[in-house]
Design a protein around this ligand. Structure first.
Ligand code: ADP
Ligand code: MG
Length: 664
């Protein structure tokens, strides 16, 4: 039993209290069989006329029942011998479920039923139905929750002054109301999540989240970190040597980061900027400020392709300033890596770039001042933890091209400071998005041909096959062979996740130099690849991709002066959500708007799933209720300042036993 409860996250009494009904059933009334409405759940009181096991079309238990007004059939496709026994002729039952018109008249399939012994009064309140798991019955859960409700401490943790402001209902009263709705309460009224009792619980949940994240934030500010005040010597030279000027947004964000680096406690900042907004140069400036202050800086990226692009770019910018950049990736020969490692650990090299090889090959920095992680959500949990440990007292900057909608930033990400690059470098041409039915792929191939003959380049992204990596690889190989055959006068290349790092690098280098015109790729090119001359992106089976992925992929083009297009090939029939995704990506270019609609489509759980290692998800609160999120945030601040004990009690109630998760 304890194991089953634990599976639902129910360990303490408080957990049971906060395990709230999914919905309610009205067992306070009986419906006559004659009055049954198809598809509407109702309760009947009946007598079994006969029951038997039938074998057609498959083994099933069929019981004929009646009341004073009519008769119907109860049908069970799976059943226990005990159920068969209970349905003996003459037994009196209360049955709950939906009636349907079947071949042999009215019937109920798998109704919930209970045998009556003597006169049992009807319950006077609605019956809660709880989320549960296999082998744990509603009856048992209900009993446990009722017991917890009687003995647990229901003291309101929200101070009166805040309660009047934010959420009027009392905590204990709200819980009792939801677990044991008062007699006469209507189903419709109770299931509306706008009821004050529901709102109070939602508010408490948000408050707990805000309290824990703000505490984490405060704890970080209490730790020490090197002051990286910088001298401006190197950053000025970098800026002077760039072929462009920073955008206003880059200037602003750079100032925010620079100010953080000067603080004596570790920065934890997220730099958000749409694909192509120019995050790399901001990272380079931050790294230089660390170096100016006598410290080292490291930049880590989730894939070898991406890490190598960073490495080349940074080396290109920084070597002219006389700075050496160490390079760590699995493709780097062991001997060479050893040499870099030795240099880095002695402080001989101020800068390091790499994949997770950077943390895994045992590199010990002499004086690490700043650790930057690009596209952090693509790293595994273990790697993120290792990274966090490594950089305990270093400043941390994470960069992401997946925009986080405002309410998410205010809730799940409240432990971070956020900088946003909301302006694109000038001279970009907007990407035109086209939806093309698969049957017209010949036209698409012709278009690729024309573009490449005109000196441009194209990506051809292979379908995502989630169930099987092998199949995905096979498809990529086939697409490559087909395009090679159909475009004989062009050079076609192929990259996928299974290529060895140096093979991958060779193909990418050829693409960068325009020796390869069409690059067939799996989603390995999803993040960060920067080839301005590529102006055409074809995505096959676009309906299988998520919105963030589509937006990322599309962001690979439109980086140069040429007019760019993204062609989304799709196959009919389209499911409802695939259709919704394609419509959103077709109509929107702004990553923030896409992310907002994505959040709306999928809910926050899915959205942040890739970032989080296990932060408890919100169960009751609705992140689209911006006002409530803001109120919870304000309340958390006041509680941490003026009502510390209440804050402790609130956190204990909501997050007891889950604090560890929050730290990951
Ligand atoms: P992302 O934010 O997606 O990582 P990058 O840093 O790769 O974007 O920048 C995309 C491209 O824009 C690069 O080629 C980069 O050199 C260029 N770039 C960055 N900032 C500017 C700017 N202010 N003006 C012109 N081009 C810029
Ligand atoms: Mg980038």
């Amino acid at each position: 039993m304890a194991e089953k409860l634990a599976r639902l996250g129910l360990v303490t009494d408080a957990d049971l209290l906060l395990h709230l009904p999914l919905r309610y059933e009205d067992e306070t009334r009986l419906t006559a069989i004659r009055d049954a409405v198809p598809g509407v759940p109702a309760q009947f009181q009946v007598e079994v006329v006969s029951s038997e096991i039938a074998y057609r079309p498959r083994r099933q238990l069929v019981a004929r029942v009646r009341d004073d007004t009519g008769a119907m059939v109860l049908r069970f496709l799976n059943f226990y011998p005990s159920q068969q026994k209970a349905l003996a002729a003459g037994a009196r039952l209360r049955v709950f479920g939906e009636v349907r018109g079947g071949f042999f008249g009215d019937e109920m399939i798998h109704p919930r039923f209970r045998v009556l012994h003597g006169d049992e009064p009807l319950p006077d309140r609605l019956t809660p139905v709880y989320p549960t798991t296999a082998g744990l019955s509603q009856a048992v859960l209900r009993k446990l929750i009722q017991r917890a409700l009687e003995k647990a401490d229901l003291t309101d943790t929200l101070p009166d002054t805040l309660r009047r402001r934010a959420a009027e209902a009392d905590f204990g009263a709200s819980l009792r109301f939801l677990h044991q709705p008062p007699p006469g309460m209507s189903l419709a009224e109770l299931e509306k999540r706008t009821h004050p009792a529901w709102r109070r619980i939602a508010f408490d949940e948000l408050l707990a989240q805000q309290l824990s994240l703000r505490r984490a934030y405060a704890a970080r500010r209490a730790r020490g970190a090197p002051v990286l005040a910088g001298t401006g010597a190197l950053t000025k030279r970098l800026l002077a040597g760039l072929p462009f000027r920073l955008t206003g947004a880059q200037e602003r964000v750079w100032r925010e980061i620079a100010a953080d680096l000067e603080q004596p406690h570790p920065m934890a900042r997220l730099l958000q900027g749409d694909v192509g907004s120019g995050k790399t140069v901001v990272a380079a400036l931050a790294m230089l400020q660390a170096v100016e202050s006598g410290h080292q800086a490291a930049l880590m990226a989730p894939t070898e392709i991406l890490a190598e692009q960073h490495y080349r770019k940074l080396a290109g910018w920084l070597q002219p300033l006389g700075l050496e950049v160490a390079w760590f990736a699995s493709s780097v020969k062991k001997k060479e890596r050893e040499a870099w490692r030795a240099k880095v650990s002695l402080g001989g090299t101020p800068l390091a770039v790499g994949t997770h090889a950077l943390i895994e090959s045992g590199v010990e920095f002499d004086k690490l001042g700043l650790a930057i992680v690009d596209e952090q959500h693509r790293f595994g949990v273990q790697q993120r933890l290792a990274l966090k440990k490594k950089g305990q007292s270093a400043h941390q900057l994470t960069m992401s091209a997946t925009p986080i909608p405002r309410t998410l930033a205010m809730s799940y990400y409240a432990d971070l400071d956020v900088s946003v690059l909301d302006e694109m470098p000038p001279g970009r041409t907007p990407v035109v998005t086209k939806l093309v039915e698969e049957g017209r792929r010949d036209q698409v191939i012709a278009r690729v041909h024309d573009a490449c003959r005109a000196g441009l380049q194209a990506y051809w992204v292979c379908p995502l096959i989630e169930e099987s990596e092998a199949l995905q690889l096979k498809t990529a190989q086939e697409t490559y062979e087909r395009l090679t055959a159909e475009l004989p006068d062009l050079s076609v290349g192929l990259v996928h996740g299974r290529l060895k790092a140096d093979e991958k690098a060779t193909v990418m280098a050829a693409f960068v130099k325009n020796e390869v015109q069409v690059l067939v790729a799996t989603t390995v090119i999803e993040v960060g690849v920067d080839v301005p001359n590529a102006s055409l992106m074809v995505i096959e089976h676009a309906e299988r991709f998520g919105l963030a992925q589509l937006h990322q992929l599309r962001g690979r083009v439109g980086r140069g002066a040429a007019e760019s297009a993204c062609i989304l090939l799709y196959a009919q029939p389209l499911g409802e959500s695939a259709r919704a995704r394609l419509k959103i990506i077709f109509e929107n270019n702004d990553g923030f708007e896409i992310a907002r609609q994505d959040l709306h489509l999928r809910g926050p759980g899915e959205f942040i799933g890739s970032r989080q290692s296990g932060v408890p998800l919100l169960r009751f609160a609705d992140l689209e209720d911006t006002q409530m999120v803001e109120e919870a945030r304000a309340a958390a601040e006041i509680m941490l300042r003026d009502y510390r004990q209440a804050a402790d009690a609130h956190l204990a109630r909501w997050l007891a036993g889950k604090e560890e998760l929050l730290k990951a």
